[in-house]
Design a protein around this ligand. Structure first.
Ligand code: HEC
Ligand code: HEC
Length: 342
């Protein structure tokens, strides 16, 4: 580009910027500013009690926004009780309930909970969160750009709103199965994966819960099911455990703080939210998008590999449905080849 042309562009740019500064930025610009702010917050370790943990410490981009650990490790090296779920599936699976027990139905509340969870980011309360954000001079202009209309620009509502749009902007790349399903690209799945798909939909009955409807497929039914994972260990202690949960009757974020620090109660799953005995040991069906990259598996991370997860689900789900299912080594390999295309 010649110098004159370059100057021309710069001047034109300045005129556009100058023209816009006096009026409301367009929605797309605002959204971009909010996503950028959300990304900055997501990657900021200063928002944790000891300055070492950020959202991305556990939701690691290179690992499908999971952490590869059995259970999460937060401030001070404290371990939680649950396996870190991927955040890349939230928008695509159109989730409306959050966490393994679905204790939050609003994402803008769910994104704030980790900040004050004692074994995740460990802040005392939202006042401390605001202090930390206000101490960083880069945030004031970023919040004003992202939320030009409301004062003060820095507030917990705006922190939540920025984190929400960032988390919702995370998408998994188009998978082989997406190509197969959406564009009818019949070559996107290998012959082995196609045999696996037939089992997934057919005698394996996997698709009853990991649903193939939707474009892209959600791979969840947004419902809760008994898992058989982890419940045996607390069976003897069940009456006392459940009684205490009912006595405490915690709600929302307080449930999260409690279950992250009490492994036995965490195994009660959905019961912690509803206190309905029928919900003891029920967990949300996870979407299987990217499942080959999110080991280890299940709410407590107790299943190390995809092969083990398949074996468990084939055995337990079929038993539960009253149709005990035997799959040959070959058929399991086919099922795995299919799961690897998701
Ligand atoms: C110490 C590790 C850790 C950190 C730090 C962390 N998370 Fe998480 N995240 C988890 C775990 C574990 C769960 C599941 C907890 C449960 O179900 O009880 C989770 C669940 C979630 C969920 C619900 C996802 C779903 O599918 O239900 C969202 C949203 C989320 N985290 C966002 C964030 C944001 C935003 C931050 C930073 C403010 C953050 N997380 C920081 C470990 C972490
Ligand atoms: C009745 C509903 C249901 C059926 C049928 C079902 N699943 Fe699941 N699946 C779940 C639930 C609920 C979980 C979470 C269990 C937990 O965390 O303890 C899960 C977890 C998984 C996981 C681990 C995912 C992760 O991110 O941790 C895999 C893999 C899986 N299922 C594969 C299958 C396969 C393969 C089949 C068919 C053989 C199948 N499922 C049938 C409900 C179901």
């Amino acid at each position: 580009m010649g110098l004159i042309a370059l100057l021309g562009c710069l001047v034109a740019g300045a005129i556009v910027v100058g023209h816009q500064s006096g009026r409301q930025p367009d929605p797309q610009t605002l959204l971009t500013q909010r996503i950028a702010l959300g990304k900055q917050l997501f990657n900021d370790a200063h928002l944790s009690a000891d300055g070492t943990i950020r959202c991305a410490s556990c939701h690691i981009p290179e690992k499908g926004y999971t952490d590869g650990r059995r259970v999460a490790v937060g401030v001070g090296g404290h371990t939680g009780t649950r396996n870190t779920p991927s955040l890349m599936t939230l928008a695509e699976a159109q989730e409306t309930a959050f966490f393994w027990d679905g204790r939050r139905s609003a994402l803008n509340q769910a994104v704030l909970d980790p900040l004050t969870n004692p074994v995740e980011m460990g802040l005392r309360d939202q006042a401390e969160l605001l202090q930390h954000v206000q101490q960083d001079p880069t945030y004031a202009p970023a919040f004003t750009r992202a939320f030009p209309d409301t004062k003060p620009a820095i507030s917990s509502e705006h922190i939540a709103a920025a984190l929400v749009v960032y988390v919702r902007s995370l998408r998994s790349p188009e998978s082989a199965y997406d190509r197969y399903a959406a564009h009818s690209d019949k070559t996107a799945l290998s012959p082995r994966a196609l045999l696996g798909l037939a089992i997934f939909q057919g005698k394996g009955r996997c698709a009853e819960c990991h649903r193939l409807e939707g474009a892209p497929a959600t791979l969840t039914d947004h419902a809760y099911h008994r898992t058989g994972v982890g419940l045996d260990a607390i069976a003897a202690n069940l009456p006392t455990l459940t009684e205490e949960v009912i006595k405490r009757s915690l709600r929302d974020g307080a449930i999260g703080n409690r279950v992250a620090t009490h492994a036995d109660e965490a195994q009660l799953g959905r019961f912690n939210v509803t206190q309905d005995p029928a919900d003891i040991g029920l967990f949300r069906t996870p979407s299987l998008r990217n499942v080959s990259q999110t080991a280890p598996y299940m709410h407590d991370g107790s299943v190390a590999t995809l092969d083990d997860a398949i074996d468990r689900e084939v055995y337990y789900r079929s038993l539960q449905a009253g149709h005990p299912l035997q799959l040959t080594v070959e058929e399991r390999a086919n099922l795995k080849a299919f799961l690897q295309t998701l």
